[in-house]
Write a protein that binds this ligand. Sequence first.
Ligand SMILES: [Ca+2]
Ligand SMILES: [Ca+2]
Length: 136
Amino acid sequence: MKQYLIAVGLVLGLAGSASAQIFAPQMPKASTSRADFLALSTANFTSIDTNKDGAITKDEVAAALKKQFSRNPPPDLLDKIFKPLDANSDGKATAAEVEAHTAARFDQWDKNKDGTLTPEEISDGQQALMAANQLI
Ligand SMILES: [Ca+2]
Ligand SMILES: [Ca+2]
Protein backbone atom coordinates (compact mmCIF):
# COMPACT_ATOMS: atom_id res chain seq x y z
CA MET A 1 0.00 0.00 0.00
CA LYS A 2 2.97 2.24 -0.24
CA GLN A 3 2.31 3.34 -3.76
CA TYR A 4 -0.28 5.72 -4.91
CA LEU A 5 -3.63 4.30 -4.11
CA ILE A 6 -5.26 7.12 -5.92
CA ALA A 7 -3.97 5.80 -9.20
CA VAL A 8 -6.59 3.11 -8.98
CA GLY A 9 -9.09 5.55 -7.62
CA LEU A 10 -8.56 4.62 -4.03
CA VAL A 11 -8.73 7.71 -1.97
CA LEU A 12 -9.24 8.22 1.67
CA GLY A 13 -10.49 11.64 2.48
CA LEU A 14 -10.43 12.30 6.14
CA ALA A 15 -11.22 15.78 7.28
CA GLY A 16 -9.80 18.96 5.85
CA SER A 17 -6.07 19.26 5.44
CA ALA A 18 -5.57 15.58 6.21
CA SER A 19 -6.75 14.82 2.68
CA ALA A 20 -3.74 16.33 1.02
CA GLN A 21 -1.34 14.48 3.30
CA ILE A 22 -3.07 11.24 2.56
CA PHE A 23 -2.72 11.65 -1.17
CA ALA A 24 0.80 12.96 -1.29
CA PRO A 25 2.88 9.96 -0.21
CA GLN A 26 1.02 7.60 -2.51
CA MET A 27 1.91 9.29 -5.74
CA PRO A 28 5.16 9.15 -7.68
CA LYS A 29 7.37 12.17 -7.10
CA ALA A 30 9.10 12.01 -10.46
CA SER A 31 7.71 12.03 -13.97
CA THR A 32 6.05 8.74 -14.75
CA SER A 33 5.41 6.94 -17.99
CA ARG A 34 2.10 5.33 -18.77
CA ALA A 35 3.66 1.87 -18.42
CA ASP A 36 5.09 2.73 -15.00
CA PHE A 37 1.81 4.21 -13.91
CA LEU A 38 -0.03 1.04 -14.87
CA ALA A 39 2.65 -1.15 -13.31
CA LEU A 40 2.30 0.66 -10.00
CA SER A 41 -1.43 0.28 -10.21
CA THR A 42 -1.05 -3.45 -10.79
CA ALA A 43 1.31 -3.78 -7.83
CA ASN A 44 -1.17 -1.89 -5.74
CA PHE A 45 -4.02 -4.08 -6.94
CA THR A 46 -2.08 -7.21 -6.02
CA SER A 47 -1.49 -5.97 -2.50
CA ILE A 48 -5.15 -5.09 -2.03
CA ASP A 49 -6.38 -8.44 -3.41
CA THR A 50 -5.61 -10.27 -0.20
CA ASN A 51 -7.48 -13.46 -1.09
CA LYS A 52 -5.77 -13.53 -4.50
CA ASP A 53 -8.90 -14.24 -6.50
CA GLY A 54 -7.98 -11.70 -9.15
CA ALA A 55 -10.54 -9.11 -8.12
CA ILE A 56 -10.84 -6.60 -5.33
CA THR A 57 -13.99 -6.15 -3.33
CA LYS A 58 -15.14 -3.22 -1.30
CA ASP A 59 -14.21 -5.15 1.83
CA GLU A 60 -10.68 -5.66 0.57
CA VAL A 61 -10.38 -1.96 -0.19
CA ALA A 62 -11.71 -1.11 3.26
CA ALA A 63 -9.23 -3.48 4.89
CA ALA A 64 -6.36 -1.99 2.90
CA LEU A 65 -7.31 1.54 3.87
CA LYS A 66 -7.75 0.56 7.49
CA LYS A 67 -4.32 -1.02 7.48
CA GLN A 68 -2.76 2.09 6.00
CA PHE A 69 -4.53 4.70 8.05
CA SER A 70 -5.39 2.77 11.21
CA ARG A 71 -9.06 3.63 10.96
CA ASN A 72 -12.09 2.50 9.05
CA PRO A 73 -12.90 4.57 5.98
CA PRO A 74 -16.31 6.25 6.09
CA PRO A 75 -18.83 4.10 4.14
CA ASP A 76 -19.84 6.90 1.78
CA LEU A 77 -16.22 7.52 0.92
CA LEU A 78 -15.65 3.83 0.34
CA ASP A 79 -18.52 3.90 -2.14
CA LYS A 80 -16.99 6.85 -3.96
CA ILE A 81 -13.71 5.00 -4.20
CA PHE A 82 -15.05 1.64 -5.23
CA LYS A 83 -17.86 2.48 -7.61
CA PRO A 84 -15.72 3.91 -10.43
CA LEU A 85 -13.47 0.86 -10.29
CA ASP A 86 -16.26 -1.68 -10.63
CA ALA A 87 -17.37 -0.77 -14.13
CA ASN A 88 -20.01 -3.50 -14.47
CA SER A 89 -21.24 -3.09 -10.88
CA ASP A 90 -20.97 -6.76 -9.94
CA GLY A 91 -19.32 -6.00 -6.62
CA LYS A 92 -15.85 -6.97 -7.81
CA ALA A 93 -13.26 -4.76 -9.43
CA THR A 94 -11.23 -7.08 -11.63
CA ALA A 95 -7.68 -6.43 -12.74
CA ALA A 96 -9.01 -5.49 -16.18
CA GLU A 97 -11.53 -3.06 -14.75
CA VAL A 98 -8.92 -1.41 -12.56
CA GLU A 99 -6.42 -1.21 -15.41
CA ALA A 100 -8.98 0.43 -17.69
CA HIS A 101 -9.79 2.91 -14.95
CA THR A 102 -6.13 3.67 -14.30
CA ALA A 103 -5.37 4.10 -18.00
CA ALA A 104 -8.28 6.50 -18.37
CA ARG A 105 -7.04 8.47 -15.41
CA PHE A 106 -3.54 8.67 -16.85
CA ASP A 107 -4.87 9.93 -20.17
CA GLN A 108 -7.05 12.48 -18.40
CA TRP A 109 -4.18 13.78 -16.28
CA ASP A 110 -1.63 13.84 -19.11
CA LYS A 111 -2.74 17.23 -20.28
CA ASN A 112 -0.07 17.81 -22.94
CA LYS A 113 -0.41 14.21 -24.18
CA ASP A 114 3.30 13.47 -24.20
CA GLY A 115 2.85 10.08 -22.55
CA THR A 116 4.40 11.20 -19.28
CA LEU A 117 2.86 12.48 -16.10
CA THR A 118 4.91 15.17 -14.47
CA PRO A 119 4.65 15.79 -10.73
CA GLU A 120 2.72 18.93 -11.60
CA GLU A 121 0.20 17.04 -13.73
CA ILE A 122 -0.19 14.48 -10.96
CA SER A 123 -0.73 17.22 -8.42
CA ASP A 124 -3.31 18.95 -10.62
CA GLY A 125 -5.05 15.64 -11.24
CA GLN A 126 -5.20 14.88 -7.54
CA GLN A 127 -6.65 18.28 -6.79
CA ALA A 128 -9.30 17.85 -9.48
CA LEU A 129 -10.13 14.37 -8.25
CA MET A 130 -10.45 15.46 -4.65
CA ALA A 131 -12.61 18.40 -5.67
CA ALA A 132 -14.83 16.14 -7.79
CA ASN A 133 -15.26 13.83 -4.83
CA GLN A 134 -15.90 16.77 -2.56
CA LEU A 135 -12.95 15.90 -0.37
CA ILE A 136 -11.65 19.42 -0.41
CA1 LIG B 1 -9.98 -10.37 -4.00
CA1 LIG C 1 -16.77 -5.65 -11.83
